[in-house]
Each structure stands twice: as structure tokens, then as C-alpha cells.
Design a binder for this molecule. Structure first.
Ligand SMILES: C[S@@+](CC[C@H](N)C(=O)[O-])C[C@H]1O[C@@H](n2cnc3c(N)ncnc32)[C@H](O)[C@@H]1O
Length: 213
């Protein structure tokens, strides 16, 4: 799924997992603009059929508890951020982090003036820095790791903010992220100090849970 006018590489044709992707496959030397899911695709990330295929509460239920500090990296327009904020409750907090201000604006529009506004901290990050240093109980990396060019540096930062008892849920899309590419990603995470175990079933996806060694 490329930015408008750049069709041809991984351009989606169906309302399945592929419509949720940026320019397909693993991150490479393409510019951030070409590699990252554009803000114009935010509507597909929020589509009603997705709630049916990938119910956020069901996916998050094994990992998210009241009072937790959670981190949604590559939050996009907040498909998972809002349910996550409801699940951590008034005593918890969610850091919603994205490279693109346009995605954060869409999320800001949804929460402004609602009770969730006080629980969600929006942070614009860069490729090199997450911009979050607070220790967290849970990290969600949903359909975003394949857009990260420096996975080693990225997972080291995730390990750095994760509490010793914390966990990370990694979910990657089908087809565009092959089994071997996902395996390579998990090896990089392990080298960064994160032990892997089997993730939950998520429609159309590859999943893993990561915890500190
Ligand atoms: C395909 S979207 C998925 C959004 C959301 N996780 C969801 O499942 O609805 C990928 C998102 O990750 C963001 N992203 C890509 N690389 C990132 C990085 N290194 N750090 C933070 N966000 C990133 C993009 O801007 C985009 O909003």
C-alpha cells in the first residue's frame, strides 16, 4: 500500500490484512515516506470490518490489566489505543507513539474532551528515538515492526523501557511479512535481550510474545 500516486508496490485490492499495510514487505533503504503506512490509509486501519476480524479487546485481554502503564508503538489512528486505555482504567496510562504527526492528530481528535484524554499520552517519535523513558508493563507492536529499518536499535529501546515483569505483543501481517522474515525479526529481538514465546491467535497474522530474558 503506497502513498497516493505511488501505486504498484503492494497496492491492496481487497479488504483483508493487506489493506492495513504500507508499502509491503520488510523495511529497507526506502525513505520513511515510501516505507511507512501513510496517513491517507488511516481509514482502512479503523474500518468496521477490522473490529470483527481483529477485535482489540479480545487480542489485548491476556496482556492488559487495570492500573498498567502500556505503550502502543506505531499507534496509527488509535484502533488499539482507545480500548487499551479503557482496559488500564483510571489508574493506568497509555503512551501512544507514532512517527507521523498526522496519525497522532487523528487519535487526538477522537479523545479530546473524553475521559480517555487524561489516560493517553501522545508522543511523536523519530526513527532513532521512541521518546518514552518511563518504565512500562506492556508494549503493543501491531503491524509496525516491518516498517522499522533498524530493528536491532528498535528492540533495544523496547527492552530498555520494559519493566522486568513486562511483556510485548508483536503482531505482523501475512504475505508481506514472510515466515522467515518474522523469524529474523524475533531473532533480532532475542539478541536485544527479549525472550520469545508463542503469541495469541490473531486473524491473518503472525504473533509472538516477548519478555525480558
Ligand atoms: C500499518 S500502521 C499500524 C497502526 C496501528 N498499530 C494499527 O494496527 O492500527 C503502522 C504505523 O506505524 C507507524 N510507524 C512506522 N515506523 C515507526 C517507528 N519506527 N516508530 C513509531 N511508529 C512507527 C506508522 O506511522 C503507522 O502509523
Amino acid at each position: 500500500m503506497g502513498p497516493p500516486g505511488r501505486e504498484g508496490r503492494g497496492t491492496p485490492t481487497q479488504n483483508d490484512g493487506k489493506t492495513l499495510l504500507a508499502n509491503g514487505g520488510n523495511a529497507d533503504m526506502r525513505s520513511e515516506h515510501d516505507r511507512v503506512c501513510p496517513v491517507e490509509r488511516a481509514g482502512a486501519l479503523d474500518a468496521g470490518f477490522r473490529r470483527w476480524l481483529q477485535n482489540p479487546r479480545r487480542i489485548l485481554a491476556p496482556c492488559v490489566r487495570e492500573g498498567m502503564v502500556a505503550l502502543d508503538v506505531g499507534c496509527g489512528p488509535g484502533f488499539f489505543t482507545l480500548p487499551m486505555a479503557e482496559m488500564v482504567g483510571t489508574t493506568g496510562r497509555v503512551f501512544a507513539v507514532d512517527l507521523q504527526e498526522g496519525m497522532l492528530e487523528k487519535l487526538r481528535d477522537k479523545i479530546i474532551g473524553t475521559p480517555l484524554e487524561d489516560r493517553i499520552v501522545l508522543r511523536k517519535c523519530t526513527e532513532d528515538s521512541l521518546g518514552v523513558t518511563e518504565p512500562v508493563d506492556f508494549v503493543l507492536l501491531f503491524y509496525m515492526v516491518h516498517e522499522v529499518p533498524d530493528k536491532d536499535g528498535f528492540f533495544r529501546q523496547i527492552a530498555g523501557v520494559l519493566k522486568p515483569t513486562g511483556s510485548v505483543l508483536v503482531v505482523e501481517p501475512p504475505v508481506h511479512v514472510s515466515k522467515s522474515a518474522f523469524e529474523t525479526t524475533l531473532r533480532i529481538a532475542e539478541a536485544a535481550g527479549l525472550r520469545r514465546s508463542q503469541g495469541p491467535r490473531v486473524t491473518l497474522s503472525k504473533t509472538a510474545i516477548l519478555q525480558k530474558g
